[in-house]
Design a protein around this ligand. Sequence first.
Ligand code: RB5
Length: 147
Amino acid sequence: MIALGSDHAGYCLKERIKDLLKLWKYECQDYGTDSEESVDYPQFGSLVAEAVAKGECEKGILICGTGIGMSIAANKISGIRAALCYNVETAKAAREHNDANIIVLGARTMEHSLVDEMVRVFLITEALEGRHARRVGMITKLETQKV
Ligand code: RB5
């Protein structure tokens, strides 16, 4: 199950990606928003992040205007590695190097013609073992580090 979410700025792109996921036979859960009416991105970012963190969804896709707010919000949830990607190479590296479980897109700032391939690559690419897994483990430890 793939979790999808956006604010108003990402709504149209979310709808396009939802159609694409259905075409590719992925099951998806849409956490909103459901129009271009102004909403607050942390609300939708946290819904998707929590669904992924709880294991209810295997991966997530979040979209806002720049992708920045959604990234910041989603990464506050323990167990989430949300990666703001801007081309196919970063979508692939986010999985291989960072074991990212959410891809974040900026609807107002990125090239929309790249989105289909970025999402496809993100969903099919496996995380790499070895030094990459060790570094991801270090990130996980940071979640419980006292400051
Ligand atoms: C909404 O105007 C905009 O601030 C939001 O979509 C996002 O870009 C925040 O990071």
